[in-house]
Ligand binder design. Structure first.
Ligand code: TNX
Length: 487
């Protein structure tokens, strides 16, 4: 058997003689039943096998999943996700210091099997894995995708599908952009108009929608089962037209908001001088914090062009404190770095260009100077809503050109921002803004295959040959039924 394409590329791959074949008699042996059941569920549709998951002693013919504090062989970076996969003629053993690592190892095992594994219907082939030992760990702790469910609304099923798709490539954060000018998409107790008037429409004037608390909890729970942390965002103080439609009292005096179905930015702001606005924010942040197990809560802060700069800085200082008071680490788009009184540890999300322009790099450095880390989302490299080729049927091109697959990894996270060292870079996130995205197929088309290059860049130390490796994975995406865009 030829060696498999692995993406992200692992740290160390040592091939040896022979192979292991998964049959209907293969057992999954583990003390971690949830991980065992998960592996069985990954293998079931295409193999047709209902593999037994049991605990106790392993023997020849078994797939073993186990926690092992000492996997050695390579230096293991972010140890929580480090893992080893060892395949020989007798067994497949996936071991790791923590469950997240076992899960990552399961994703590697998937890619060691034929691409037909990803099909929903049985394929009558040999499920053979060549003998190999892989030891691996990620470069960055935060490897994310953002989905904007405000410009166009997407519900639980579409979001869970995206979770499964990205988990397969070891992405571990899903940022949900839950509010913007066009729609407020999350239920908040005590503020019913947010999801009545505020969620009634979307870009183009369609029906909109919102997540109930139960929907959100279902998403968070499903994401956790895939070792993905959900990062909720409420965009403030701009990008708030939908909230102002719902509660006119939150608007600056003299401003009357009306429902907005277009795609301009920068025209809305809450009244940053109103105590009622801070009560509102305390309720919103408090509720989101209470239903979000992950450590982060994103407060937006981008493109607040209708907020006076002094007001903006005071506002951001206070909102980061409110967020911290509810036990969450605030994240803000890099503009929050214009404030020099950020709550401790506030994280910045850099969305400037690969070659920084205007104040974007200074604002990012200000966040680092105040003790925060950065998530990197350079718009002309990893914005998934930017067209993959000129004049594409969907997507934007405000970055000045399209972003083909080859451009996605064509930058160095360690040097993109002069004066910002790798040790303050928490990770990389690829946002999908949805001004032009209306269906789950549109999501597939803009996310894939480019997100694979993001996943590789965020995990792998020495990125190389991403484009041919992505091409080699396309049969796997086909088998999974992913309607990917230009490769
Ligand atoms: C800029 S990126 C925005 C969004 C738009 C996006 C379109 C950022 C923090 N703000 O409001 O949807 O461009 O690419």
């Amino acid at each position: 058997m030829s060696s498999s394409v692995l993406l992200p590329a692992p740290r160390s791959v040592v091939e040896s003689e022979g192979s292991f074949t998964i049959t209907k008699g293969t057992r999954i042996v583990t003390d971690r039943p949830e991980l065992g059941d998960y592996l069985a569920s990954v293998l079931q549709p295409a193999t047709g096998y209902e593999l037994t998951v049991s605990s106790g002693a392993a023997s020849e013919g078994d797939i073993v999943l186990e926690i092992n504090p000492n996997i050695d062989g390579v230096e293991v970076g972010h140890a929580a996700e480090a893992y080893r996969v060892a395949v020989d003629r007798r067994t497949i053993v996936i071991d790791a210091p923590a469950d997240a690592g076992v899960f990552a190892g399961i994703q590697t095992l998937r890619q060691l099997l034929p691409p037909e594994l990803e099909s929903r219907t049985p394929a009558h082939i040999d499920w053979e894995v060549s003998a190999v030992t892989i030891v691996d760990a990620p470069r960055f702790a935060y490897r994310g995708v953002m989905l904007d469910i405000s410009r166009h609304f997407f519900g639980v099923d579409t979001i869970m599908r995206l979770i499964d798709q990205i988990a397969a490539f070891k992405l571990n954060h899903l940022h949900l952009h839950l509010s913007d000018d066009q729609g407020w998409r999350i239920e908040i107790p005590g503020w019913p108009e947010l999801t009545r008037a505020g969620a009634a429409s979307q870009v183009g004037g369609g029906n909109g929608g919102f997540l109930t608390t139960a929907d959100y909890e279902q998403i968070v729970h499903y994401a956790a089962s895939r070792f993905i942390t959900v990062v909720p965002e409420i965009d403030l103080p701009g990008h708030t037209n939908a909230a102002l439609v719902a509660y006119p009292e939150l608007a600056p005096s003299g401003v009357t908001a009306t429902p907005y179905h277009g795609t301009e930015v920068g025209f809305s702001t809450v009244d940053t001088g109103s105590e009622r606005v801070f009560e509102f924010i305390d309720d919103v942040v408090g509720h989101l914090a209470s239903i979000t197990p992950g450590p982060y809560l994103h407060i937006g802060g981008d493109e607040s062009l209708s907020t006076q700069p002094d007001d903006y800085r005071r506002f951001i200082a206070r909102v980061t404190r409110i967020t911290a008071a509810h036990g969450k680490l605030p994240i803000g788009w890099h503009e929050v770095g214009s404030c020099d009184e950020l709550a401790d540890g506030t994280i910045g999300q850099y969305w400037g260009y690969v070659t920084p322009e205007s104040e974007s790099a200074d604002q990012a450095r200000s966040i680092v100077r105040q003790g925060g880390q950065l998530v990197l989302s350079p718009a002309n490299a990893v914005y998934l809503d930017i067209m993959p080729e000129a004049n594409f049927r969907i997507g934007l091109d405000w970055t000045g050109s399209s972003t083909p697959l080859a451009s996605v990894p064509d930058w160095d996270p360690a040097t993109i921002l002069p004066g910002v060292d790798e040790n303050v870079i928490l990770g990389i996130e690829a946002p999908l803004w949805t001004e032009t995205i209306e269906t789950a197929t549109d999501i597939d088309t803009l996310v894939f295959p480019r997100v694979l290059a993001v996943a590789d860049l965020a995990w792998t130390d020495a990125v190389s040959d991403v484009v041919p490796r992505v091409h080699a994975l396309l049969p796997r995406l086909d088998a999974a039924g992913i309607q990917y865009g230009p490769a």
